[in-house]
Design a protein around this ligand. Sequence first.
Ligand code: NAP
Length: 272
Amino acid sequence: MIDSFTQIYGVFGNPVRHSKSPVIHNFAFQYYHINAVYLAFEPDGIGKSLEAMKALNIKGASITLPFKQSSMDYLDWIDEDAGAIGAVNTIVNKEGMLHGFNTDYKAAVEPLKPFGIQGKKVCIIGAGGAAQAVAYGIYKEKGRLAIINRNKKKGKTLAEKYKADFFSLDDTDSLLKIQPDILINTTPVGMSPNISDLSFPLEPLSPETLVMDIIYTPLKTRLLHGAQSKGCRIIDGLTMFLNQGAHQFKLWTGISPDIELMRKIMLKDEAL
Ligand code: NAP
């Protein structure tokens, strides 16, 4: 029940109406009997929104595009990993002081850890915000990185940061040259409604490769369908999404939520 003690959390992004974060966090607040509500805010800029967080005692926030970097200028403290990545996706309001974290990098590497990351050749497609976090996580786990990106300058900059090889998306032989153990798509190519799009040819994929897509609409992208039909093991984007949300919830409440239960709730959501 919402009453005068209900605490407010939310996601700040623009656009943000497509976000599934309210679904998982409101479910978790109810499930764990926490008197809180999670809303979606779509401001033009982030500075005033973060001032409002303090003024209205909004307890915590998820930060999404396009504010993951710009929000850092308004925080009182930034955790070491978020600082190294250069992006924040979570804010905790600790007695009026805004603390920034990045849960995306942990969420990306955790599902890969059972297969082993250290010493493995990990190829990331994309060099945007999500790729920054994924690359940091893989580098921290001592994976051997290769970056493939459309914009060469951006791709090379990310590759240099993590001592990775860089390949242009135009180079159709790149996968044959890299022979990745793990391939991670961090581009929006294949995302709903453009579900038949694929950013690179799948022919060179070996059945030994573990393929992860961080897109979760649709749940099984064309990349994942194609990889599975070649015999590859696959990890869908909902896995990363739920993990990043679970880490946020833990930062806000101290509770590690049941991720499998959250997955069932998300799969009931007809938009997936
Ligand atoms: P971003 O900062 O805009 O970066 C997008 C990247 O994709 C860039 O490297 C861009 O290449 C590349 N790209 C975009 N369109 C392309 C195209 N048509 N062909 C080839 N490459 C293309 O976005 P982001 O924050 O990294 O997010 C990327 C995707 O990940 C989004 O779909 C987002 O919803 C998803 N995501 C999922 C999770 C999760 O928890 N599952 C978390 C974060 C993000 P250029 O550098 O050449 O422009």
